[in-house]
Design a protein around this ligand. Sequence first.
Ligand SMILES: [Zn+2]
Ligand SMILES: [Zn+2]
Length: 126
Amino acid sequence: MISKNKHAKSSNQIIADARRDKEEREKGYREKSLKMYPWVCGRCARTFDHKTVRELTVHHKDHNHDNNPEDGSNWELLCLYCHDNEHSRYEEQMRYGSSSAATKENHSSTGHNPFANLKALLESKK
Ligand SMILES: [Zn+2]
Ligand SMILES: [Zn+2]
């Protein structure tokens, strides 16, 4: 192979490089996760073999495709259908918001007492 690095890279070349890097990285985590996990969909438990494995996809649990820890903790193998489902559910959550996240903050400041209920329970038995 002859090195082509003699000339400064054009912006097109840089974009092409970036795209290739991204594709290679995607291929990398897919291969890694397929080696790491059994070929089973994490939702519907459908199993895959060498013929059907292209319908098995790598889902990022935190939906951040740049977060690819080596231990695979952010990956989940899902079939195409369940993967689709997972994403539409996530998008709905983003769109309509979840009320639990907003109210969580208030709990610690009210000094919640885990024994309050118990005390009331004991007193009601008298
Ligand atoms: Zn599935
Ligand atoms: Zn996904």
